[in-house]
Design a protein around this ligand. Structure first.
Ligand code: NDP
Length: 285
């Protein structure tokens, strides 16, 4: 039976660490601040934004909220980003994705100053990540690494297999595992014999978007499994990209869905706000 990695607990530890750092910054007269921008009325996005604001409140990070109507133009949104880029009070800018179809997401993400890009999506920060020098790392991938390390698993020298190569999860997770001295293989939809590749893995990160994709016969005994997948099933329940019941029997550590990677994303976002704030104010945190 595997050890279940408790993402709720680990994310709470991280938020408490952030809270302490925010309090220390306040003693120095610095108030960390995140601007959260939502365009339109997508219910899922509204929930994400609400949770991010709640986390800010918990951690002692000020949040500036911009809830814009769905017919906001690209120019208007770019103008708001420009204003926030120039606002010294604001340390981080988060634009909730997806944006309405008439707005070019790429253009918006490029407009955010890299030092305020707390999502870690700006190509400048992605570039820094690839050379192992990023301060602001993409939140979900950074959360995966924290889950592994805080479970006491040393990544150095391990065979790490990432299933998925998206720009927001698979690729950055691979780069972070490499920075931690893992030996990394990335699989995708064109990979030959994924089962063989996965069976070599000491650590598997699954970010495929297919429910229960990683089966028990695809993993070796003792594997550490991080399941990034969030799939909504017909019965309304959430399901990961890993067949938990099968894989748990062989794994040494495994994340559940929900309660694994999910809560880590916001915790790492809070952490990035502090990192950005410290950097902008030239203080060590
Ligand atoms: P994408 O759809 O962008 O990428 C999926 C990746 O999986 C692609 O690289 C694709 O390969 C690969 N893939 C698809 N089918 C197969 C297959 N049959 N065999 C091997 N590889 C395959 O998804 P994301 O990376 O955005 O998200 C992945 C999962 O993580 C989703 O369930 C998503 O909901 C979840 N997620 C969770 C987050 C969290 O906070 N916990 C945050 C972000 C995502 P190819 O490139 O060849 O098409």
């Amino acid at each position: 039976m595997a050890n279940i990695i408790d993402g709720k607990l680990i994310s709470m530890d991280i938020k408490n660490e952030v809270k302490e750092k925010a309090a220390k910054l306040k003693e120095k007269g610095i108030e960390p601040c995140l601007a959260v921008v939502l365009v339109g009325e997508d219910p899922a996005s509204q929930v994400y934004v609400r949770n991010k604001k709640k986390a800010c409140e918990y951690c002692g990070i000020k949040s500036l909220s911009y809830e814009l109507s769905g017919d906001t133009t690209e120019e208007e949104l770019l103008a708001l980003i420009d204003e926030l880029n120039n606002n010294k009070e604001c340390n981080g800018i988060l634009v909730q994705l997806p944006l309405p179809k008439h707005i070019d997401e790429n253009k918006i993400l490029l407009k955010i100053l890299p030092e305020k890009d707390v999502d870690g999506f700006h190509p400048y920060n992605v570039g820094l990540l690839s050379i192992g020098k990023a301060d602001l790392k993409a939140c979900t991938p950074a959360g995966c690494i924290e889950l592994i390390k805080r479970s006491g698993v040393d990544i150095t020298g391990k065979n790490c297999v990432v299933v998925g190569r998206s720009n927001i999860v698979g690729k950055p997770v691979g780069m972070l595992l490499l920075s931690e001295n893992g030996t990394v293989t990335t699989c995708h939809s064109k990979t030959n014999d994924i089962k063989f590749v996965c069976r070599q893995a000491d650590i598997i990160v699954a970010a495929v978007g297919i429910p229960k994709f990683v089966k028990g016969d695809m993993v070796k005994e003792g594997v550490v499994v991080i399941d990034v997948g969030i799939n909504r099933m017909e019965n309304g329940k959430l399901c990961g990209d890993v067949d938990f019941e099968e894989v748990e029997k062989k794994a040494s550590y495994i994340t559940p869905v929900p309660g694994g990677v999910g809560p880590m994303t916001i915790a790492m976002l809070m952490n990035n706000c502090i990192v950005a704030c410290c950097k902008q104010n030239n203080v060590v945190c």
